[in-house]
Design a protein around this ligand. Sequence first.
Ligand code: SAM
Length: 409
Amino acid sequence: NASGSEVAAFLDTGICRLKDSNAVFIDPVRVLNRSYTRFRVSPSAYYCRAFESKSPPEPSVSSNSRKRKRKEKKPRALNDREQVADRRHQAVRPFLLKAHESLVGATEVLEVMSNLRGGFGPSTSSPPGVELAQVWQAPLCEICLNFHTRDIAGEDGGSPITQCHEQRVLPVFNNLIVNETGDDVEAQVLNSRYILPPNSSFYMSDMGQIHNLIPAEPDCGFNIIVVDPPWENGSARQKSRYKTLPNRYFLSLPIKQLCHTDGALVALWVTNREKLRGFVENELFPAWGVAHVATFFWLKVKADGSLICDLDLFHHRPYECLLVGICHGKVMNCKQLLGSEPIPDNQIIISVPGDYSRKPPIGGLLQEYAPRLKGGRCVELFARELAAGWVSWGNEPLHFQESRNFVTE
Ligand code: SAM
């Protein structure tokens, strides 16, 4: 069980290191809300999918489910690729089981999560605003940033004069938009309102313009690069959410040029398709100049702590993989870049999923694994949200920043 101080730390940071396993449980809403000043991510908007509690937590493997019995009656021999995928699954399975066991034992943390949508008022039901990914071709579309300054002392030193506003109007596409202040900024594009966290920036463009992010000076490159490409997969749901691209398109991403001269940590989200894993390991990472050093797993649970589906379902795993690699710089080698401790393999990050394909905020965890890179520049590629201290690039980096996803305290 988690101790009182661990629960207090979880309430504060949204991160709980689970005992006796290499796992952390995170509440993305708490993690994200650490950086906002006037707004809060609404839990009911974040946890918009139905992953409701059903106590007590179900076991990780439900061998008595009807579906499974049916499957067990007619076992089909696995083809070569499926066998490789199964070997990968069997290798990580004990780590996932141990991590889940630790979560089920952390009853105080689960108790907090059982009311994960509560605490910040009613659920937001306003319809989504304009789909910016669909209109990025409109080159003249503008964003209006409303800077907000609070509590300026009065001339006579008396009571403060509150709220001085400054507006900036800029092209929203193919342009780096920066909130360099330590405060949240409200912005407007067409008829939609967006919230930009402190010290965040974004560049909204198609892949054809990504080279504009390459720094003029190599020592201004990025130290941490998180990539979540729009991989092709058969999911009809995914097809309606955003456009996907064939694997070979990602070979030309200028990862090497985006890296700091000292080198960088590159973290790539991949699906469980074995063909994709092979492509990344044999073609994509080598093309990017990235050496694979560790694999992390995102284990998805419901609000009651049970897995979102059976651990051993072959075509629908309750986890996704994050491949962590190093892009060596000219100056430092891997050891100098990361410090004395190597990045540990098979780290498990557990959380309740948000909207379709939305990944948990792992930036802070990556910085902990690479302490020497703390304070360096960070970028997320194909981002759908902004983060304090990070640059977000993609064709819809404002997607989850729409004001209907936020509440004010
Ligand atoms: N990491 C994101 C999250 O947690 O919400 C999900 C990213 S999603 C897998 C891939 C993103 O790439 C989508 O937002 C999609 O619109 C974007 N995308 C697709 N084609 C693109 C292109 N040609 N240029 C830039 N972004 C593109």
